[in-house]
Design a protein around this ligand. Structure first.
Ligand code: FES
Length: 521
């Protein structure tokens, strides 16, 4: 009996030619796939969107060698293949598609091995995993697209269906961060970067790890965003020599990413003194600050823990480079909205805090702790509070910001999913069993050690569940960080020292910041 996993009505797949799918089994295993919908000759717009409804050639490739032949009575030229190249793990999202003789192949961007979209076979002898795609009519005559579920595991479900833009076909600017390309999501009102190129002239990074450390050491947020875009472009298109996490010479990330002087000055101000916290400009400024830290957190987890886990699959780097790019996009969208509604208070003009990095410091010793505290507590809290924040902007009539926040919220569900995926992975490496509740116990133990106080609700149960976090993870959960055995707060809060000393002794201001991912509150 073939187990089919429903993906979407076919009509919903006409907007793009490729989709990234994330599947999760009830045992907590993940699979990342690319669903390819082949063009039939119409023009492709610059952002990868189809210009109107196409007319696919019926039945093409539905031959007896097609594994979907038995059930696929209405071929739409849809193919599903695992997202990581079986050679060295490149992301196949941006693979070229070539038609040759009787087959269609995906050409890996890293070393140009090609893989037959139907069989997964390559002339090199390697084989990519492919999944038969079916199109069936439901009771209302809607064409539903499904794929054959992976054989290992059970109860597979689709947790992410993301259109893949073709924007990476256009290289981003390399000479100056002020250059423009039409896919640019940079904030035009952001402060200029003084003559510092996106790619350093001296000793330009060659590996993903070198880019990660360069970006972490980039104080200017605009340049950080540009470098993030450029590094992810190089990584996805095979223009880096390697990820670089397996070499002894992988560079070390900084203990604390530096910030511009103006930002440091504002860190010394007390954010709790900001009047009218419900003010939209104040909220946008605070959210942009969180996103700037989030860019660093995505690069830091790769640079800090990649070298100490040389066996980590390349999908880890795909997930976290995607996260870094998302956070860069969020930062740009939020600062654009800030300058639109309040030109007199650009980003960097208000007091900010570094509480997110405080948790980064306290979890710098362990990838398991980092994933638990940053991605499954802080970011999961974002899922809880985002709907309320969106509501506030809607009530204020600021529908442009509502749209921005909806994009951010959807992206963040995928970030928590990534946190869950790699938390499951590290637990498996450590022999922790999912079936007997071991993973949840391990998570709760990390929170007990690495979190201060109650993990607060109310919870967005649905979004958390989509991301893999069932109630057992977070209900009735309390952290004991900074608490003595007698239950009283520790006198010296040594876990804060690093951030405080490095940034310039914000002292009381930092200590007064609640350690939460309370977006917009
Ligand atoms: S051919 Fe894909 S990683 Fe080498």
């Amino acid at each position: 009996m073939v187990e089919l996993l429903e993906i979407a009505p076919f009509d919903q797949l006409l907007s793009h030619f490729r989709f990234f799918l994330t599947l999760r089994s009830q045992e907590g295993h993940y699979r990342s796939l690319i669903l390819f919908r082949l063009s039939t000759g119409q023009a492709i717009s610059k952002d990868g969107q189809a210009n109107g409804e196409e007319k696919p050639e019926p039945g093409l490739l539905a031959t007896e060698s097609d594994p979907s032949y038995q059930l696929n009575t209405n071929s739409k030229q849809l193919y599903a293949m695992e997202a990581s190249c079986p050679h060295l793990g490149a992301d196949l999202s941006h693979a070229e598609i070539e038609e040759c003789d009787n087959s269609v192949v995906a050409v890996c961007p890293w070393h140009r091995y090609d893989f037959d979209l139907r069989t997964g076979k390559s002339e090199t002898g390697l084989k990519a995993c492919t999944y038969a795609v079916h199109v069936n009519l439901d009771s209302k005559a809607v064409e539903l697209v499904s794929i054959k579920a992976p054989e290992e595991g059970s109860g597979w479900r689709l947790v992410e269906l993301r259109p893949i833009s073709e924007e990476f076909a256009d290289p981003p600017p390399t000479s100056s961060p002020r250059a423009k390309d039409e896919n640019d999501f940079r904030n035009e009102s952001a402060p200029p970067v003084e003559d510092e190129p996106v790619v350093p002239l001296d000793n330009p990074p060659k590996t993903l790890m070198q880019w990660a450390v360069l970006i972490l050491n980039t104080p200017n947020p605009t340049l950080k965003v540009e470098r993030t875009k450029h590094a992810v472009y190089l990584f996805r298109t095979g223009k880096l020599s390697s990820i670089g996490h397996k070499t002894a010479s992988a560079p070390s990330p900084p203990d604390l990413p530096p910030r511009d002087a103006s930002w440091t000055r504002n860190l010394k101000a007390d954010p709790s003194q900001v009047r009218n916290r419900k003010n939209r400009a104040v909220m946008l400024h605070a959210l942009a600050n969180i996103e700037q830290w989030a860019i660093d957190l995505a690069w830091d987890i790769m640079a800090r823990f990649g070298p100490s886990h040389p066996n980590i699959p390349s999908a880890f780097f795909h997930d976290f480079t995607k996260m870094a790019l998302d956070e860069a996009k969020h930062f740009s969208l939020l600062t654009s909205r800030l300058s639109a509604i309040s030109p007199s208070t650009p980003y960097g003009s208000m007091p900010v805090h570094a509480s997110l990095w405080e948790s980064a410091s306290t979890t710098a010793h362990s990838i398991r702790a980092r994933l638990a505290i940053i991605h499954l507590v802080h970011e999961a809290r974002g899922l809880d509070v985002n709907p309320g924040t969106i509501d506030r902007f809607r009530r204020a009539g600021d529908l442009d910001t509502v749209k921005v926040m909806e994009v951010i919220h959807a992206d963040e569900v995928t970030h928590v999913t990534s946190g869950h995926r790699w938390f499951m992975w590290i637990c498996e490496q450590q022999g922790i069993n999912h079936d007997d509740g071991g993973v949840i116990r391990a998570f709760r133990e990390e929170v007990r050690k690495g979190w201060r106080g109650e993990v607060k609700g109310p919870f967005n149960v649905e979004a958390r569940e989509t991301a893999g976090m069932t109630r057992g993870f977070y209900e009735d959960l309390r952290g004991e960080l900074g608490i003595n055995q007698d239950g009283n707060p520790k006198e010296s809060q040594e876990e804060r020292t690093l951030v405080r000393d490095s940034v310039g002794a914000p002292g009381k201001a930092l200590a007064d910041i609640p350690v939460e991912y309370e977006k917009g509150s």
